[in-house]
Design a protein around this ligand. Structure first.
Ligand SMILES: O=C(O)C[C@@](O)(CF)CCOP(=O)(O)OP(=O)(O)O
Length: 325
């Protein structure tokens, strides 16, 4: 019996990963850049045992569907091949995110699973090898191996992994405020959404052409600790990513009326002189990037338009953490 446990934190992309060049190997069309946060994380333990007759996957103590277990099994097969281990496994993941907020990201889950498997089978993987492995579970998971600002590079199965970006700790001066939009509509998963967009969106080529330029500006903003450039580039990049979905066939959007209202609130706060910018992913929630020094003032304003329980504050977080069983 081999056991391991790890914790990984959610990351939010400032330059989005939105499209795969290779679905099986989960290779991205473009480089992305994210900020690992401290507010949301997943703790995953894994046990490989010769006594198990199948893989089983529990999330928050609930056994998961066959489809979800199949996805985990495919990842475990990679690990078993690497470790030359024939045993089935039981995976227990616990998401430390606000319940029913639609925030449980596959990024922290799969990164934590990579770490737990590494510990259980004593694979002694480097952070780069862990990032490469986590990528095979979910693209954005490869970024959660590291804390702070992280870049995920395009490439082949060997060369596509994430690396931390030197920032002299500037990320500690930033805040990310989550505006939770409880939206009934069933979201298109990020995996399905990006596939449909790559295959059918007439705006996709424009997106691909513009992301390297956005990435360059974002890295300049980190180098120069220029919050306005960071914010403007982040917001514009998110809007371009979401524009591609509206030009897909059939068209779709992750935005709900409440999302639009939240985006408007951010713009009007900016007009009042409070530096804040939004980003959005494959769901209706709106994430507001600001400087820690303005966090209170912005929260006070947002509380005029949203219920306090819709607002969650996050700061820069750390990379993968091994945990004692
Ligand atoms: O995080 C970003 O860069 C942007 C997104 O969050 C925008 F929605 C996509 C994340 O996609 P993910 O869940 O990693 O997909 P997978 O590789 O199909 O598992």
């Amino acid at each position: 019996m081999y056991k391991g446990k790890a914790r990984a934190y959610t990351n939010i992309a400032l330059i989005k990963y939105w499209g795969k060049e290779n679905e099986t190997l989960i290779l991205p069309m473009n480089n992305s850049l994210s900020l690992t946060l401290d507010a949301f994380y997943t703790e995953t333990s894994v046990t490989f045992s010769e006594e198990y007759t199948q893989d089983r996957f529990f999330l928050d103590d609930k056994q998961q569907s066959e489809a979800a277990t199949k996805k985990i099994s495919a990842f475990l097969d990679l690990v078993r091949a690497k470790a030359n281990c024939p045993f089935f496994a039981q995976v227990n993941s616990r998401n430390f995110v606000p319940t029913a907020a639609g925030l449980a990201s596959s990024a922290s889950g799969l990164a934590a699973l990579a770490g737990a498997c590494n510990a259980a089978l004593d694979l002694q993987l480097s952070q780069t090898e862990l990032s490469r492995l986590a990528r095979r579970g979910s693209g954005s998971a490869c970024r959660s191996i590291f804390g702070g600002f992280v870049e995920w590079h395009t490439g082949d199965d060997d060369t596509s992994y994430a690396t931390p970006i030197a920032s002299e700790g500037w990320e500690k001066e930033l805040s990310m405020l989550f505006i939770l939009i409880n939206d009934k509509a069933k979201d298109v998963s990020s995996r399905d959404g990006m596939r449909r967009t790559v295959e059918t969106s007439s705006y996709y080529s424009g997106w691909l052409e513009s992301t390297p330029h956005d990435l360059k500006k974002l890295k300049q903003a980190i180098r120069e600790k220029d919050f306005q450039l960071l914010g403007e580039t982040t917001e514009a990049n998110a809007l371009k990513m979401h524009a591609t979905t509206m030009a897909a066939t059939p068209p779709f959007t992750y935005w709900s009326p409440e999302s639009l209202r939240a985006m408007d609130c951010v713009r009007s706060l900016r007009q009042k002189g409070l530096a804040c910018y939004f980003t959005m992913d494959a769901g209706p929630n709106v994430k507001v990037l600001c400087q820690r020094k303005d966090e209170e003032a912005i929260l006070t304003q947002l509380k005029k338009d949203f219920h306090p329980e819709q607002l969650i504050v996050a700061h820069a977080g750390q990379g993968l953490v091994d945990l004692p069983m």
